[in-house]
Design a protein around this ligand. Structure first.
Ligand code: FCB
Length: 459
């Protein structure tokens, strides 16, 4: 019996990203991205692993879509590989676009609604060679890419997300160096953050043609000060500002929070922002995606590095202006990433957005957990992941009951895959992948989630 029903038309999906699953990195004219370069640089990814093969989704997409359909899911969030569509960051590679046409046609034929992300971190290497996201020009190139994509796929795809987790792309890519392109400069990172949002704003008009709906997918955290001391509250203000308000205020109010701009002024942030940029960034948004995993509990510690475990090779701080802040474990159970499980934080964020910002439909565009999974007699009993999903979906249900316009939920991830700096060492999939044979085995969580999707609710 369904006791906690979801609104009619609720999207029940999973999410993936191109570099994490596709493999086939030189097929059909694909160019190199910064993640190809980074993963092939010794010492950047655990065990020297790369996305060269990943889970071979480029070749196996039909089987993967069939499995999604069999499970009963009605939506799927995936990303388009920029260097497949524009090798070198320019032109149009028809063969690359054809892959996404085939993928989307397969989804639609199974009644699965496609939700496409244009940028999930795989910048064409040539655009990085020209300066990458710290260069304003990259945002204009992204708008051209968006126009190419929309022209080719706008008949099949209605839901578009411009940028995935711009905080990570900017601060882990250009600040701490834990992600591609592996640079370590707060000045570059703050410029990258603005240009990723500018890219969103410049691309949105092209994507909204032909009935397109445009969103973005920032990663948001609940943030709590460890104590009520002025210093800890100030630490929480800074982290909340950099992680949440910077993106929410820009996208939903067309303004950067003044305190964050002041925090970032020593790094030349204000120089990057040109007149009119915020009007573009704060232009009409059809929906906001929320990627949620955990809560930051913060305190001030003398000599703190300001580093959370964003990769096994954590470099310098990804938190300009908050380098004195330490992230502490508040005692909740943790996943295999060491991230605290905190469904209440998800409810808190959803209610906060609904209360403090202009109304906008919301989706959970990522939420999930890594655990150590084992195949035993052909099955994976991942009760911890199932419980994680149920607790977070229950938080979504509460938020909807409180009036939050939440339209869908995408579990990260459909398949086990290449988890960035951690290589294949962390499994987030609802479906297990044997990396040696590429055999897919739906975990118990996948069956449970599929049932929830078919019943449109939690029992
Ligand atoms: C998010 C990323 C996604 C995946 C999950 C675990 O930050 O968007 O690609 O790595 O974390």
């Amino acid at each position: 019996m369904t006791t906690r029903g979801f609104p009619e038309g609720f999207a029940w999906g999973t999410a993936t990203a191109a570099y994490q699953i596709e493999g086939s990195v030189t097929a059909d004219g694909r160019g190199a991205s910064i993640w190809d370069t980074f993963a092939h640089t010794p010492g950047k990814v655990l065990n020297g692993e790369t996305g060269d093969v990943a889970v071979d989704h480029y070749a196996r997409y039909a089987q993967d879509v069939a499995l999604m359909g069999d499970l009963g899911l009605n939506a799927y969030r995936f990303s388009l590989s920029w260097p497949r569509i524009q090798p070198g960051g320019r032109g149009v590679n028809g063969a690359g676009l054809d892959f996404y046409k085939r993928l989307v046609d397969a989804l639609l034929s199974r009644g699965i609604t496609p939700y496409a992300t244009l940028y999930h971190w795989d910048l064409p290497q040539e655009l990085q060679d020209a300066g990458g996201w710290p260069e304003r020009e990259t945002a204009y190139r992204f708008a051209e890419y968006a126009a190419v994509v929309h022209e080719a796929l706008g008949d099949r795809i209605k839901h578009w997300m411009t940028v995935n987790e711009p905080w990570c792309a900017a601060y882990l890519g250009y600040g701490s160096g834990d992600h591609a392109p592996g640079l370590r400069s707060p000045e570059l990172a703050v410029r990258a953050a603005h240009h990723l949002l500018l890219a969103h704003g410049l691309a949105a008009p092209a994507l909204s043609g032909n009935g397109g709906l445009v969103g973005a997918a920032p990663n948001l955290y609940a943030v709590t000060a460890l104590t009520d001391s002025d210093a800890d509250l100030e630490a929480a203000r800074r982290i909340d500002g950099l992680q949440n308000r910077f993106f929410l205020d820009a996208l939903l109010r067309g303004a950067y929070p003044e305190d964050v701009v002041a925090d970032l002024s020593p790094y030349g942030f204000a120089d990057a922002v040109k007149p009119g940029d915020l009007d573009l960034i704060g232009g009409p948004l059809d929906f906001l995606g929320v990627n949620y995993y955990s809560r930051h509990t913060v305190t001030v510690a003398e000599g703190a590095s300001g580093v959370v475990a964003t990769s096994p090779f954590a470099g310098s701080s990804p938190w300009p202006g908050a380098e004195h802040v330490a992230f502490v474990n508040a005692g909740r159970p943790v996943t295999d990433m060491g991230w605290e499980v905190d469904p209440e934080g998800l409810r808190e964020i959803l209610l906060r957005i609904a209360k403090e910002y202009p109304p906008v439909p919301l989706y959970i565009t990522e939420n999930g957990a890594a655990y150590v999974d084992e195949v035993v007699a052909g099955a994976v009993d991942d009760e911890e992941r199932r419980a994680y999903l149920e607790a977070h979906l229950a938080a979504c249900h509460d938020a909807i009951a409180a009036g939050v316009p939440l339209r869908g939920y995408f579990a990260w991830s459909f398949l086990d895959n290449f988890e960035w700096g951690w290589g294949y060492g962390k499994r987030f999939g609802l479906v297990h992948v044997d990396y040696a044979t590429q055999v897919r085995t739906p975990k118990a969580s996948a069956r449970w989630y599929g049932r929830a999707a078919r019943h449109n609710g939690l029992s």
